[in-house]
Ligand binder design. Structure first.
Ligand code: PMP
Length: 450
């Protein structure tokens, strides 16, 4: 393999993961970069995981780790939760998918509409990418306008109109902070996606209003994560969200909350937490209980455009939409998510953020720990992190050392420093995380305080 090993942490990783390395070498023959999910790739090669149980996972070499990312926040009850295993096992014996509607999709739809005040009706998809794609298309259909506004650093999946200014590179070509330019995230993004996208500054109510007023009559929707997830676990400031709601209503622009990640913070999602109601909501991750399920929904008058009984409608095909296995897994998961569970997860999240902050401060290492409820993200910067530009002041090489250092000490986080707690985690797991972080920081103290 041609990868150059540059640090002790990499050397330790390579020495302890020979099966992952062998799988990677095989995989590279048949999959670009040896993976089918860019998100899980990191150099020198990704970790190959074979199984999980509760908040623990085992890699291809049989090494056990505590899973502090839970498939990027999806696995809120942990892996192989007995209720989910039972529901899926029972359902698969009854056949897995049919060319017909099914009773389980009705049940999960009711559960979601019951939890989310602003969701009168819902439709299921297989992933968050599809959910945001349909929500955007629906907004265009409902308003007759074509442009969409989104926030710099927001992440809405990987379709053409989502792949704009998620992580603009290089940042110095992304325009002034208050007038961010539309920058493609991918090669192959069509020029029309850039021309039809207006980029806004997160957590900047006035800057956002100025731009929205400039484009008002052309904009179908603003899509926003009430908590930036992939963009650094950065919660919206409540007044920013309230202001955004007022301005969009005033201009006749639909407001889409992308709650694919943030739905996990409260029973009714971040919209309940912040007390701000969007017109449309997209969901994913936890609602499928570990299976590929996502959804979009909202106001009945807008969702009505999907009704096949209408002559002109927005058709939503999908061989696996409302997949019975995903529906029963989602239902089993949501049934486990009662108010006490949210309280407990949030208390643990507060503890993790507090103890991590203290651990960095003790060694004099400049760091911010962002997040809310059960989400957290470490940023190596002295600058308070509240939007994409401040997030980008973080030192990514330190983050990489921390990520690999933790991996070598039995902890899996996202390489970008994000974590998501799950219900099986207790004090023992939190202590393990804090001790491991302490150990890595101590090792790098001299370099990281210079
Ligand atoms: N929106 C948000 C807020 C997300 O975090 C993600 C995925 N992390 C998506 C959309 C896309 O979801 P998926 O990966 O299921 O396509």
């Amino acid at each position: 393999m041609s990868t150059t090993i540059v640090s002790q942490a990499e050397r330790d990783y390579v020495n302890s993961t020979p099966r992952s390395r062998a799988l990677y070498e095989d995989a590279c023959e048949v999959m670009p970069g040896g993976t089918t999910r860019t998100t899980v790739y990191f150099s020198p090669y990704p970790l190959y995981v074979e199984r999980g149980d509760g908040c623990r996972i085992w890699d291809a070499d049989g090494t056990e780790r505590i899973d502090f990312i839970g498939n990027y926040s999806a696995m809120i009850l942990g892996h192989a939760h007995p209720a989910v295993v039972a529901a899926v096992s029972e359902q698969i014996r009854r056949g897995s998918a049919f060319a017909a509607a099914n009773p389980y999709e009705v049940e999960l739809a009711k559960e979601l509409c019951n939890r989310i005040q602003a969701m009168d009706q819902v439709r299921f998809t297989n992933c968050g990418t599809e959910a945001t794609m349909y929500a955007m298309r629906l907004a265009r259909a409902a308003t007759g306008r074509t442009k969409l506004a989104r926030f710099e650093g927001g992440y809405h999946g990987t379709h053409d109109y989502a792949e704009v200014s998620t992580k603009p590179v290089p940042l110095d070509r992304a325009g002034p902070p208050r007038q961010p330019a539309a920058v493609p995230d991918s090669i192959g993004t069509p020029a029309v996606a850039l021309a039809e996208t207006v980029v806004l500054p997160y957590n900047d109510a006035e800057g956002t209003e100025q731009i929205l007023r400039m484009h008002g009559s052309e904009l179908a929707a603003v899509i926003v994560e009430p908590v930036l997830g992939a963009g650094g676990a950065i919660p919206a400031e409540p007044e920013f969200l309230r202001h955004l709601r007022r301005v969009t209503s005033d201009l006749g622009i639909l407001l889409i909350f992308d709650e694919v990640i943030s739905f996990r913070i409260a029973r009714g999602g971040a919209q309940k937490y912040f007390g701000v109601e969007p017109d449309l909501t997209t969901l994913g991750k936890v609602i499928g209980g570990g299976l590929p399920v996502a959804a979009f929904g909202g106001r009945a008058d807008i969702m009505a455009l999907l009704d096949p009984r209408r002559e002109a409608n927005l058709p939503q095909g999908g061989t696996y939409n409302g997949h019975p296995l995903g529906m029963v897994a989602g239902l089993a998961t949501l049934r486990g998510l009662v108010p006490d569970v949210y309280r407990d997860l949030s208390a643990k999240g507060d503890e993790v953020r507090r103890r991590l902050t203290r651990a960095f401060a003790e060694y004099g290492v400049a760091a911010q720990v962002t997040g809310i409820a059960s989400l957290f993200n470490i940023h190596f910067t002295a600058t308070p992190v509240r939007d994409h530009r401040s997030m980008r002041t973080g030192d990514v090489s330190r983050l990489r050392e921390l990520f690999l250092g933790l991996l070598n000490r039995g902890i899996l986080l996202a390489p970008r420093g994000m974590g998501a707690l799950s219900t099986p985690m207790g004090e023992q797991e939190i202590d393990h995380l804090i001790d491991a972080v302490d150990d890595v920081v101590r090792e790098h103290r001299d370099a990281w305080t210079g």
